[in-house]
Design a protein around this ligand. Structure first.
Ligand SMILES: [Zn+2]
Length: 366
């Protein structure tokens, strides 16, 4: 099958980049439409404006909180009314997805500026749409990745540490999911099979987490940006982003999707559920104990959940976990990119075992 790798046209990461945003994006157009939340504007409005001059055509548009079709249409109308020709999304995932969708429908360049590093979505050619009530609506698959992804390391380092750690959970899955998908010769989100380049990125991603994860966590707890923080931001955003999109997804994300059925996990971040999904995938694969213990060690070190209790599931019941297992295996989900058939019974057994391994590891090692 044909190999395909896709990526943003440019990835920029450095300290103080928010103040240089204008010079970074000036080639894309001359009338800028910035989608940002009220709180984001309060925090970054001034730094952003420092990079633009009085004569620049800049419009700030306040995001209403949900990446829905109604919100996208509202912002598109505003975009046209202002005569803008570049969309910039500054904030978290929902703002990025909204900005990507506006740019797609209006056929203009888009710049993504993450202010947190909690998932690997910023670089991708995908928007997740929700209803006004926050329920999943549909995936909007875009014909291209963002033109520029710009990350200010100082900004991300000052965000709550739990978000950075959740991003490590999302990044942790990348190598394992790609490895399995490649074995199955599965098609990636990029529309082909994985290139050697994508495989190398997923491996670098995992090694960076093991090497730099704890150091980065400790720095961000103290709201400072060290080299380890820079390396983890790159792993969470660029390596994981390119890795999942052009390397392939498989069981860990499908298990995450299954857990969304349980109300008690709703206050857990995406990457936290994905991290537990990695353990479930390793059990499904019957991975060597050594590999499982390496992941358990890492998760405990940085504070990612390795037990159902840590996923906030207080009462474990067969019924509840079977619901998760069934939802993980729905038709079309990425669990079917595993190199062998996976049934809900297999997932149920793997969840129970992963949880017990997680509990035992804590007793033996912590
Ligand atoms: Zn993810």
């Amino acid at each position: 099958m044909t190999k395909i790798l896709i990526s943003p046209s440019k990835y920029i990461q450095g300290k103080g980049e928010m103040k240089r945003i204008k010079e970074r994006i000036a080639d894309l157009g001359d009338s800028f439409f910035i989608v940002i939340s009220e709180s984001g504007y309060k925090r970054f409005g001034q730094s952003i404006m420092e990079s633009f001059s009085e004569s620049d055509n800049v419009h700030f548009s306040k995001f209403n909180g949900e990446c829905s079709k109604i919100e996208i249409d509202r912002l598109r109308a505003e975009f046209r009314e202002k005569g803008s020709n570049v969309v910039i999304g500054i904030g978290g995932g929902k703002i990025h997805d909204t900005a990507k969708a506006i740019a797609y429908y209006e056929n203009t360049p888009v710049v993504i500026v993450p202010t947190i590093s909690s998932t690997d979505a910023p670089t991708s050619a995908l928007s997740v749409l929700y209803t006004e009530d926050g329920e999943f609506d549909e995936y909007l698959i875009l014909p291209k990745n963002p033109d520029i992804v710009l990350v200010d390391v100082d900004v991300v380092a000052k965000a709550p540490v739990r978000l950075l750690v959740a991003g490590m959970g999302d990044a942790l899955a990348t190598v394992f999911e790609a490895r399995a998908a490649i074995k199955a010769n599965a098609q990636t989100m990029a529309g082909g099979t994985a290139t050697n380049a994508a495989i190398a990125l997923t491996e670098l991603c995992y090694n960076t987490l093991l090497e730099e994860g704890l150091k980065a966590k400790l720095a961000v707890e103290n709201k400072v940006a060290t080299k380890a923080v820079e390396n983890i931001i790159e792993a969470n955003t660029l390596l994981s982003g390119l890795g999942f999109e052009s390397g392939g997804l498989s069981a860990a994300h499908a298990v995450h999707n299954g857990f969304t059925a349980i109300e008690e996990t709703h206050n857990m971040y995406h990457g936290e559920k994905v991290a537990f999904g990695v353990l479930v995938q390793l059990v499904l694969e019957n991975a060597p104990l050594e590999d499982i213990e390496e992941v358990l060690y890492f998760c405990n070190e940085v504070g990612l959940p390795t037990t159902l209790k840590e996923l906030n599931i207080k009462e474990v019941s067969e019924e509840k976990l079977m619901e998760v297992a069934k939802l993980s295996c729905v038709e079309g989900d990425t669990i079917h990119n595993m190199p062998f058939e996976v049934t809900p019974e297999d997932v149920y057994a793997a969840i129970i075992t992963a949880n017990t391994l997680g509990e035992k590891f804590k007793i033996d090692n912590i």
